[in-house]
Design a protein. Structure first.
Length: 124
């Protein structure tokens, strides 16, 4: 087992030092003791904790494209175009949206005029 050596005044890592076998054994025993206490309390290494996120969250990353038939479906948490989930939306020099969970969805390319004004989205 190694542990870091710190320069206290600058909080800078200055090296690593090998711990003694006795220190390693003591730390391992302490870790096992804590693990046993947690298990006795019903707490295992497999945490059931997870983040559900903000229930009011609405992805607005593609709002600029809504006038071209793109919409956000809050129920499925997907961007939709003509009833199909968007897999990729590519807008050169502006935005690239990629939904890995929608690999069977539609791929779109945004068309802009020479002034950079959005004209439409087209399937690729």
């Amino acid at each position: 087992m190694t542990f870091p050596l710190w320069e206290q005044s600058a909080s800078t890592l200055t090296g690593l030092k090998q711990s003694s076998d006795a220190d390693f054994k003591a730390r391992t025993e302490k870790q096992e003791e804590i693990k046993s206490e947690l298990a006795a309390a019903g707490i295992t290494g497999n945490s059931g904790s997870f983040e559900l996120g903000d229930p009011n969250y609405c992805d607005n990353s593609l709002d600029a494209y809504t006038t071209f038939g793109i919409s956000y479906d809050k129920v499925s948490d997907n961007w939709i175009y003509i009833g199909k989930i968007i897999h990729i939306l590519y807008d050169a020099n502006h935005n690239t949206y990629y939904d890995n969970s929608a690999s069977n969805g539609i791929n779109l390319k945004v068309i802009r005029d020479k002034h950079g004004v959005l004209r439409h989205a087209a399937g690729t």
